[in-house]
Design a protein. Structure first.
Length: 255
């Protein structure tokens, strides 16, 4: 059974059609790519999948369950997490606190425990702190745990955001331009990192990216979006030489 299946997804912003008849099927363990020009509707597809927007029409099935129109917190609890094109970290908090925030959707001590400081609350807070630090250690950013995140290098902030997404224990991780603003060396490191977390956490990954070396090197299947519609899809070798993709997006064949 596919992990994610999207059928005939369409969305309008007022009179503007942002996405039209979008379909995809993503299997467990796959790294799937979604590419296209700026304004093609890629992030809108992610926002529809994660509940930020409710689709005008269409259906989204995740792990066999219809999640169409569900709010983001419910979709997150079912096992979909994401990062953003523009970092959405709490800049005045430490890196550790940014990661710990993601754990609070699964706390068990409840409202009374929070107000009255019951033993269960302190035990769970210690567990959250330990798990967050362990996750940061896996991503090799534990040395930044107690630093205010706004003062950290951009590449480290990206890893903090990734750690926060992984803290929700997702089955499907959506990455929206994960190498935006990175140097070529940082991009190569991120490619290795994406493969590492896919295998380490048994993840399925769906990513948006403009850097073709990154996409072609990671994805087994790529869909190309233009003006909200799929114009091509297939393995990297088919996409990089597809005439319509070259005309609408790439400009020249990728080598």
């Amino acid at each position: 059974m596919p992990l994610l299946e999207i059928k005939n997804l369409t969305h309008f912003f007022g009179g503007l059609r942002a996405v039209h008849n979008f379909n995809t099927t993503i299997e467990p363990g796959e790294i799937r790519g979604l590419i296209g020009p700026n304004g093609a509707g890629k992030t809108t597809v992610f926002n529809l999948t994660t509940g930020v927007y409710k689709p005008t029409q269409g259906q989204i099935l995740f792990d066999g369950q219809d999640i169409t129109g569900k709010p983001p917190h419910q979709i997150g609890k079912l096992g979909i997490s994401r990062t953003y094109q523009n970092l959405r970290l709490w800049g005045n908090l430490t890196a550790l606190d940014n990661v710990k925030i993601a754990f609070y959707g699964r706390i068990r001590y409840g409202l009374l425990g929070a107000f009255f400081g019951l033993n269960g609350r302190y035990e769970e807070e210690r567990r959250i702190d330990q798990e967050a630090r362990e996750l940061m250690a896996l991503l090799d950013i534990e040395q930044y745990a107690d630093m205010v995140v706004s003062g950290l290098p951009y590449g480290i902030q990206r890893k903090v955001e990734m750690a926060r997404a992984l803290a929700t224990k997702p089955k499907l991780l959506l990455l929206d331009e994960p190498t935006a603003g990175m140097t070529p060396a940082e991009m190569e490191e991120t490619m290795e990192f994406v493969l590492y977390i896919r295998d380490k956490f048994n993840l399925t990954i769906w990513l948006i990216e403009h850097k073709m070396r990154f996409v072609m090197g990671l994805c087994s299947h790529i869909q190309v979006l233009n003006f909200g519609e799929i114009i091509a899809e297939g393995p990297p070798e088919a996409i990089q030489n597809h005439p319509e993709v070259i005309r609408a997006y790439l400009g020249t064949a990728v080598t």
